[in-house]
Design a protein around this ligand. Structure first.
Ligand SMILES: Nc1ncnc2c1ncn2[C@@H]1O[C@H](COP(=O)(O)OP(=O)(O)OP(=O)(O)O)[C@@H](O)[C@H]1O
Ligand SMILES: [Mg+2]
Length: 438
């Protein structure tokens, strides 16, 4: 299940355009072995998702609905379950069924102290007032011995009724994955994500900052992406602030280098370097067992589902690739490569990363590609030279970069590779495309 994330520092450099076309090219490359679960294009832009309108394909349920379900059902039930656990343990202690030094009691107390009550809808449940009271008291409770002071509140809560309510809410509390997967017959890949700007709603903006809620979202997303053979993530400019834990699941990070101006190129080089920093910190924290908060919780769940070796492998072998977009002259790629090598060298990173950073494709600046005429965004198959450019990216994804050059190769070798394609005619057409720009 390779997960490929397309990222870039700036808005408008072609992340979405290249994500969509890469998904189309992957679908084509997989040819006969294609099933509904082969390729998934995932719009991770929670602020302003665009792909579903670009492709004119509307999911049965959007991620906005997902947020609503997770917040109003899943989160509430998980919270109730936690309270039920806490109450049962505390009660057992008060009834002297378990002793003070019982490890469950320590755990129950820790859960009670740390549970985030911010997003729980107390008023929607019978005995909501009592539960609220229970949480207000927790600032006074530090030791297992002090649990007995909660006795009067615990007495007011009928555990049999609690269990019944819990059961009633448990049914139907999880979102159904199938409703969020939008298989598009015309393109033969699936689309995940929204069409409604989730973070436009204040409550959702609040939720996205709550680790416990975000974990629910990430878990659901992770289950969804595990179904597919290939997943292309389209990220918003500057990355996905809240979803950094997804780092664990990404196998290959593709940086878009916008060649249309020098400032954009400098920005991309800088972004690549910052990402490496960020990645190294994350990996080091993981190895030293220092991850905290959401990252830690997510890693633990991943380990539980895939095993530690697989999680370590994904992190240790994360691949970095570069796609040059909006190219006009091949000379500018050579310049950019020199600049990148020099930059990494100055930062003492070149030797370590020169064989890990692959050059996987280039796409010319082309008037066919035009998001204002939505359908133009999916240029794959509309122009054979452009399609071949994207085929190269797809082939590198499938071959896991076995054949693509790295920064260790010479500029000539890299350019030769980027200019080659199935039909060997890319360079001649490239010049024609560049000169037709007017
Ligand atoms: N190679 C290209 N030639 C011509 N136009 C292009 C090319 N690549 C992208 N564009 C155009 O640039 C604009 C921005 O592209 P796109 O939306 O894919 O960028 P983005 O990086 O996803 O932006 P955002 O950060 O806002 O999500 C679009 O109008 C698109 O059609
Ligand atoms: Mg975009």
């Amino acid at each position: 299940m390779p997960v490929i994330s397309i990222i870039g520092p700036k808005g408008g450099i072609g992340k979405t355009t290249l994500s969509i076309n890469t998904a189309a090219a992957l679908t084509r490359s997989l040819g006969n072995s294609l099933t509904h679960d082969s390729v998934c294009l995932f719009d991770l832009d929670l602020r302003l998702p665009t792909i579903s309108s670009i492709l004119e394909s509307h999911p049965q349920k959007t991620f906005y609905d997902l947020f609503e379900t997770l917040a109003n059902k899943t989160y509430q039930v998980d919270f109730l379950q936690s309270i039920y656990r806490i109450l049962t343990i505390f009660q057992a202690n008060l009834d002297k069924e378990i002793k003070r030094d019982h490890p469950q009691l320590e755990k129950g107390l820790a859960l009670y102290k740390t549970l985030n009550m911010e997003l729980f809808h107390f008023s929607e449940f019978p005995f909501g007032n009592e539960l609220h009271e229970l949480f207000l008291e927790r600032s006074q409770i530090y030791t297992v011995g002090q649990i007995r002071t909660l006795r009067p509140i615990l007495k007011k809560i009928d555990m049999v009724q609690f269990k019944q309510i819990l059961k009633k809410h448990e049914a139907n509390s999880r979102p159904t994955a199938d409703e969020y997967i939008n298989y598009i017959e015309e393109f033969k890949f699936s689309l995940l994500g929204g069409e409604v700007p989730i973070l436009g709603k204040r409550n959702h903006r609040k939720r996205i900052n709550e680790p416990a809620f975000l974990l629910l979202f990430l878990e659901f997303v992770n289950d969804l992406i595990e179904r597919f053979n290939y997943v292309i993530l389209d990220t918003p400019a500057g990355g996905v602030n809240h979803l950094s834990s997804l780092m664990n699941s990404i196998d290959q990070v593709l940086f878009i280098f916008d060649m249309s101006n020098n400032i954009a190129v400098n920005g991309s080089i800088d972004a690549l370097h910052s990402f490496i920093d960020y990645y190294e910190d994350f990996y080091e924290d993981y190895r030293q067992g220092r991850l905290s908060g959401l990252d830690k919780a997510y890693v633990n769940r991943m380990i539980a589902s895939k095993g530690e070796a697989a999680v370590t492998e994904t992190l240790a072998n994360k691949k970095f690739g570069i796609i040059f977009n909006r190219c006009q002259k091949s000379g500018e790629i050579a310049n950019c490569l020199d600049q990148l090598r020099e930059y990494l060298d100055t930062l003492d990173r070149f030797d370590e990363y020169k064989d890990r950073i692959h050059l996987v494709g280039m796409v010319p600046h082309h008037k066919i590609i035009n998001i204002t005429n939505n359908r133009g965004t999916l240029f794959y198959d509309k122009d054979s030279a452009l399609s071949n450019c994207i085929n190269l990216v797809a082939e590198n994804i499938i071959s896991e970069n076995e054949f693509s050059p790295t920064l260790s190769n010479s500029n000539d070798e890299i350019l030769q590779f980027l200019q080659k394609n199935g039909k060997g005619s890319w360079m001649s057409r490239f010049n024609r495309i560049a000169s037709s720009l007017g």
